[in-house]
Design a protein around this ligand. Structure first.
Ligand SMILES: [Zn+2]
Length: 290
Protein backbone atom coordinates (compact mmCIF):
# COMPACT_ATOMS: atom_id res chain seq x y z
CA UNK A 1 0.00 0.00 0.00
CA UNK A 2 1.48 3.42 -0.91
CA UNK A 3 2.59 5.33 2.18
CA UNK A 4 0.29 8.24 1.53
CA UNK A 5 -2.75 6.11 2.40
CA UNK A 6 -1.38 4.93 5.70
CA UNK A 7 -2.37 7.87 7.93
CA UNK A 8 -6.00 7.60 6.75
CA UNK A 9 -6.08 3.83 7.21
CA UNK A 10 -4.57 4.12 10.70
CA UNK A 11 -7.11 6.81 11.55
CA UNK A 12 -9.92 4.51 10.39
CA UNK A 13 -8.85 1.77 12.80
CA UNK A 14 -8.23 4.29 15.58
CA UNK A 15 -11.76 5.70 15.17
CA UNK A 16 -13.20 2.17 15.16
CA UNK A 17 -11.43 1.39 18.41
CA UNK A 18 -12.54 4.66 20.00
CA UNK A 19 -16.06 3.41 19.40
CA UNK A 20 -15.41 0.06 21.03
CA UNK A 21 -15.00 -2.03 17.87
CA UNK A 22 -12.31 -4.65 17.98
CA UNK A 23 -10.95 -3.98 14.49
CA UNK A 24 -7.23 -4.27 13.86
CA UNK A 25 -5.37 -3.57 10.67
CA UNK A 26 -3.31 -6.76 11.04
CA UNK A 27 -6.45 -8.90 10.97
CA UNK A 28 -7.50 -7.75 7.51
CA UNK A 29 -6.16 -8.73 4.16
CA UNK A 30 -6.71 -5.75 1.87
CA UNK A 31 -4.87 -3.47 -0.52
CA UNK A 32 -5.17 0.09 -1.76
CA UNK A 33 -3.68 1.16 -5.07
CA UNK A 34 -3.65 4.36 -7.11
CA UNK A 35 -4.70 4.06 -10.73
CA UNK A 36 -6.63 5.91 -13.41
CA UNK A 37 -10.22 4.73 -13.17
CA UNK A 38 -12.00 4.95 -16.51
CA UNK A 39 -15.45 5.76 -15.14
CA UNK A 40 -15.33 9.55 -14.69
CA UNK A 41 -17.93 9.44 -11.90
CA UNK A 42 -15.85 7.13 -9.68
CA UNK A 43 -13.02 8.42 -7.51
CA UNK A 44 -12.60 5.10 -5.74
CA UNK A 45 -13.73 1.49 -6.02
CA UNK A 46 -13.77 -1.54 -3.76
CA UNK A 47 -13.53 -5.01 -5.29
CA UNK A 48 -14.88 -7.37 -2.67
CA UNK A 49 -12.94 -10.15 -4.30
CA UNK A 50 -9.62 -9.81 -2.44
CA UNK A 51 -10.70 -6.56 -0.72
CA UNK A 52 -8.88 -4.51 -3.29
CA UNK A 53 -9.42 -0.77 -3.14
CA UNK A 54 -8.54 1.30 -6.18
CA UNK A 55 -8.32 5.07 -5.89
CA UNK A 56 -8.47 7.24 -8.99
CA UNK A 57 -5.17 9.06 -9.23
CA UNK A 58 -6.26 12.26 -11.03
CA UNK A 59 -9.07 12.91 -8.55
CA UNK A 60 -6.92 11.92 -5.53
CA UNK A 61 -4.37 14.59 -6.44
CA UNK A 62 -7.06 17.26 -6.47
CA UNK A 63 -8.56 16.32 -3.10
CA UNK A 64 -7.85 18.14 0.15
CA UNK A 65 -7.16 16.32 3.45
CA UNK A 66 -10.80 15.99 4.41
CA UNK A 67 -11.84 14.70 1.00
CA UNK A 68 -8.99 12.20 1.03
CA UNK A 69 -10.05 10.90 4.42
CA UNK A 70 -13.64 10.64 3.23
CA UNK A 71 -12.87 8.61 0.11
CA UNK A 72 -10.59 6.21 2.01
CA UNK A 73 -13.14 5.78 4.82
CA UNK A 74 -15.90 5.25 2.26
CA UNK A 75 -13.99 2.52 0.42
CA UNK A 76 -12.89 0.87 3.68
CA UNK A 77 -16.58 0.98 4.65
CA UNK A 78 -17.35 -1.15 1.59
CA UNK A 79 -14.35 -3.47 1.70
CA UNK A 80 -13.80 -3.98 5.44
CA UNK A 81 -17.19 -3.22 7.00
CA UNK A 82 -19.22 -4.80 4.18
CA UNK A 83 -21.30 -1.69 3.87
CA UNK A 84 -23.41 -0.86 0.83
CA UNK A 85 -24.40 2.59 -0.30
CA UNK A 86 -26.94 4.34 1.85
CA UNK A 87 -29.05 6.27 -0.60
CA UNK A 88 -31.19 8.32 1.76
CA UNK A 89 -31.17 11.96 2.68
CA UNK A 90 -33.18 14.43 4.71
CA UNK A 91 -35.72 16.75 3.07
CA UNK A 92 -33.09 19.49 3.20
CA UNK A 93 -30.59 17.38 1.22
CA UNK A 94 -28.40 16.32 4.14
CA UNK A 95 -26.64 12.93 3.71
CA UNK A 96 -27.22 10.39 6.45
CA UNK A 97 -23.96 8.66 5.74
CA UNK A 98 -20.41 8.78 4.41
CA UNK A 99 -21.65 5.80 2.37
CA UNK A 100 -23.64 7.99 -0.01
CA UNK A 101 -23.29 6.88 -3.57
CA UNK A 102 -24.66 5.35 -6.67
CA UNK A 103 -24.51 1.72 -7.66
CA UNK A 104 -23.42 1.80 -11.26
CA UNK A 105 -25.12 -1.42 -12.26
CA UNK A 106 -28.51 -0.65 -10.73
CA UNK A 107 -29.06 3.09 -10.55
CA UNK A 108 -29.92 5.12 -13.57
CA UNK A 109 -30.03 8.40 -11.72
CA UNK A 110 -27.22 9.81 -9.76
CA UNK A 111 -27.82 9.97 -6.05
CA UNK A 112 -26.45 13.05 -4.43
CA UNK A 113 -26.76 14.73 -1.09
CA UNK A 114 -24.77 17.21 0.94
CA UNK A 115 -21.92 16.09 3.23
CA UNK A 116 -20.13 18.45 5.58
CA UNK A 117 -16.52 17.23 5.80
CA UNK A 118 -15.23 20.30 7.64
CA UNK A 119 -17.16 20.35 10.91
CA UNK A 120 -15.90 18.23 13.80
CA UNK A 121 -19.46 17.73 15.03
CA UNK A 122 -20.53 16.36 11.66
CA UNK A 123 -17.42 14.18 11.42
CA UNK A 124 -18.22 12.64 14.80
CA UNK A 125 -21.73 11.82 13.64
CA UNK A 126 -20.64 10.40 10.27
CA UNK A 127 -17.99 8.22 11.90
CA UNK A 128 -20.51 6.98 14.49
CA UNK A 129 -22.82 6.08 11.61
CA UNK A 130 -20.03 4.47 9.58
CA UNK A 131 -19.32 1.95 12.33
CA UNK A 132 -22.93 1.64 13.51
CA UNK A 133 -25.68 2.06 10.94
CA UNK A 134 -28.27 2.36 13.71
CA UNK A 135 -26.89 5.79 14.70
CA UNK A 136 -29.42 8.60 14.41
CA UNK A 137 -28.71 12.25 13.76
CA UNK A 138 -27.34 13.91 16.86
CA UNK A 139 -29.55 15.73 19.31
CA UNK A 140 -27.81 19.07 18.71
CA UNK A 141 -28.84 18.89 15.06
CA UNK A 142 -32.53 18.27 15.78
CA UNK A 143 -32.53 21.08 18.30
CA UNK A 144 -31.11 23.51 15.79
CA UNK A 145 -33.79 23.16 13.12
CA UNK A 146 -36.57 25.37 14.45
CA UNK A 147 -36.78 28.95 13.42
CA UNK A 148 -36.54 30.88 16.66
CA UNK A 149 -39.47 32.42 18.44
CA UNK A 150 -37.69 35.29 20.00
CA UNK A 151 -39.06 36.48 23.28
CA UNK A 152 -37.37 38.22 26.18
CA UNK A 153 -36.90 41.52 24.41
CA UNK A 154 -34.29 41.06 21.76
CA UNK A 155 -31.71 43.74 21.49
CA UNK A 156 -31.64 45.15 17.95
CA UNK A 157 -27.99 45.81 17.31
CA UNK A 158 -28.66 46.91 13.78
CA UNK A 159 -31.70 47.49 11.65
CA UNK A 160 -30.93 48.88 8.24
CA UNK A 161 -32.60 49.18 4.89
CA UNK A 162 -31.86 50.82 1.60
CA UNK A 163 -32.63 50.59 -2.08
CA UNK A 164 -30.31 49.76 -4.96
CA UNK A 165 -27.61 48.12 -2.93
CA UNK A 166 -24.71 46.11 -4.29
CA UNK A 167 -22.63 45.85 -1.15
CA UNK A 168 -23.17 46.22 2.53
CA UNK A 169 -20.55 45.79 5.22
CA UNK A 170 -20.41 45.87 8.98
CA UNK A 171 -17.12 45.49 10.78
CA UNK A 172 -17.89 46.93 14.19
CA UNK A 173 -20.06 44.16 15.64
CA UNK A 174 -18.10 41.61 17.64
CA UNK A 175 -20.15 38.55 16.74
CA UNK A 176 -17.81 36.23 18.63
CA UNK A 177 -18.80 37.93 21.87
CA UNK A 178 -22.53 38.08 21.29
CA UNK A 179 -24.66 35.71 23.25
CA UNK A 180 -27.33 34.30 20.96
CA UNK A 181 -27.89 36.21 17.77
CA UNK A 182 -29.89 36.29 14.59
CA UNK A 183 -28.74 37.95 11.38
CA UNK A 184 -31.42 38.34 8.76
CA UNK A 185 -30.98 39.65 5.27
CA UNK A 186 -33.88 39.93 2.92
CA UNK A 187 -34.24 41.33 -0.55
CA UNK A 188 -36.19 41.22 -3.73
CA UNK A 189 -34.57 40.16 -6.99
CA UNK A 190 -37.30 41.09 -9.44
CA UNK A 191 -36.11 43.51 -12.13
CA UNK A 192 -32.49 43.09 -11.25
CA UNK A 193 -29.68 41.82 -13.43
CA UNK A 194 -27.90 40.48 -10.41
CA UNK A 195 -27.08 36.83 -10.93
CA UNK A 196 -25.73 35.81 -7.57
CA UNK A 197 -25.51 37.06 -4.01
CA UNK A 198 -23.95 36.05 -0.76
CA UNK A 199 -23.68 37.10 2.81
CA UNK A 200 -20.51 36.39 4.77
CA UNK A 201 -19.96 36.19 8.46
CA UNK A 202 -16.25 35.87 9.13
CA UNK A 203 -14.94 33.22 6.76
CA UNK A 204 -18.30 31.53 6.23
CA UNK A 205 -20.27 32.47 3.12
CA UNK A 206 -23.91 31.78 2.57
CA UNK A 207 -25.49 32.51 -0.76
CA UNK A 208 -27.00 31.48 -4.01
CA UNK A 209 -27.13 32.05 -7.68
CA UNK A 210 -30.80 32.37 -8.67
CA UNK A 211 -29.98 33.00 -12.31
CA UNK A 212 -27.54 30.13 -12.72
CA UNK A 213 -28.67 27.07 -14.68
CA UNK A 214 -28.59 25.02 -11.50
CA UNK A 215 -29.91 27.26 -8.80
CA UNK A 216 -28.92 26.13 -5.31
CA UNK A 217 -28.05 27.73 -1.99
CA UNK A 218 -24.57 27.04 -0.67
CA UNK A 219 -22.69 27.45 2.59
CA UNK A 220 -18.92 27.59 2.21
CA UNK A 221 -15.83 28.06 4.32
CA UNK A 222 -13.24 29.56 1.99
CA UNK A 223 -13.63 27.34 -1.09
CA UNK A 224 -14.86 24.29 0.83
CA UNK A 225 -18.54 23.50 0.54
CA UNK A 226 -20.13 22.80 3.91
CA UNK A 227 -23.62 22.47 2.53
CA UNK A 228 -25.42 22.58 -0.78
CA UNK A 229 -29.19 22.61 -1.16
CA UNK A 230 -31.13 20.84 -3.85
CA UNK A 231 -32.09 22.72 -6.96
CA UNK A 232 -34.45 25.56 -6.12
CA UNK A 233 -37.21 27.34 -7.96
CA UNK A 234 -36.73 31.03 -8.55
CA UNK A 235 -38.52 32.95 -5.86
CA UNK A 236 -38.41 36.72 -6.16
CA UNK A 237 -37.94 37.25 -2.47
CA UNK A 238 -34.93 35.91 -0.68
CA UNK A 239 -34.37 35.83 3.01
CA UNK A 240 -31.15 34.41 4.43
CA UNK A 241 -30.87 33.97 8.17
CA UNK A 242 -27.95 32.96 10.34
CA UNK A 243 -28.87 32.04 13.87
CA UNK A 244 -26.51 31.35 16.74
CA UNK A 245 -28.18 29.56 19.62
CA UNK A 246 -26.04 28.09 22.37
CA UNK A 247 -22.89 27.05 20.50
CA UNK A 248 -24.62 26.02 17.30
CA UNK A 249 -25.21 28.09 14.20
CA UNK A 250 -28.19 27.35 11.97
CA UNK A 251 -28.80 28.58 8.45
CA UNK A 252 -32.26 29.26 7.04
CA UNK A 253 -33.44 30.14 3.56
CA UNK A 254 -36.86 31.82 3.48
CA UNK A 255 -37.37 30.54 7.04
CA UNK A 256 -36.71 26.93 5.98
CA UNK A 257 -33.91 25.20 7.84
CA UNK A 258 -30.92 24.20 5.71
CA UNK A 259 -27.94 23.27 7.85
CA UNK A 260 -26.27 23.64 11.24
CA UNK A 261 -22.67 23.63 12.44
CA UNK A 262 -20.73 24.48 15.57
CA UNK A 263 -19.86 28.16 16.08
CA UNK A 264 -16.21 27.13 16.58
CA UNK A 265 -16.00 26.62 12.85
CA UNK A 266 -16.35 30.35 12.22
CA UNK A 267 -13.29 32.49 12.00
CA UNK A 268 -13.51 36.28 11.98
CA UNK A 269 -16.17 38.85 12.72
CA UNK A 270 -16.83 40.85 9.61
CA UNK A 271 -20.23 40.72 8.09
CA UNK A 272 -21.02 41.67 4.53
CA UNK A 273 -23.51 41.29 1.75
CA UNK A 274 -22.56 41.22 -1.92
CA UNK A 275 -24.54 40.99 -5.07
CA UNK A 276 -22.80 40.36 -8.37
CA UNK A 277 -23.27 42.47 -11.50
CA UNK A 278 -26.17 44.59 -10.32
CA UNK A 279 -27.75 46.17 -7.28
CA UNK A 280 -30.58 44.61 -5.32
CA UNK A 281 -33.79 46.67 -5.38
CA UNK A 282 -34.33 46.75 -1.70
CA UNK A 283 -32.15 45.27 1.02
CA UNK A 284 -33.03 44.85 4.69
CA UNK A 285 -30.49 43.77 7.26
CA UNK A 286 -31.35 43.07 10.88
CA UNK A 287 -29.02 41.89 13.59
CA UNK A 288 -30.40 41.09 16.98
CA UNK A 289 -29.13 39.58 20.18
CA UNK A 290 -31.35 37.63 22.53
ZN1 LIG B 1 -19.14 3.58 -2.79
Amino acid sequence: MPNEFEPYVDEFFYQAQLRGHDLNKEDFDFSITLKDIEDPSASGLCYFDGNRIVIDEPSWIRKNEQEKEHIIFHELGHCLLDRNHRKVKTTNNECYSYMRGRDRDIDEDDFSCSLNLYSSKWRTYYLDELFDTGTSFPFWYYESRDFPKIENQPNYILSWQDTLVERFEISDIDFSNLNNFLVEVDFDITNTESISFRISLGDIQFGGCPKCTVSTVEIKKASNILYESERLGLPSNYKLSILKREKIVSFFFNDQFLHAVEFDLFDGNEFNFRSSRDAINKLNVNVLEF
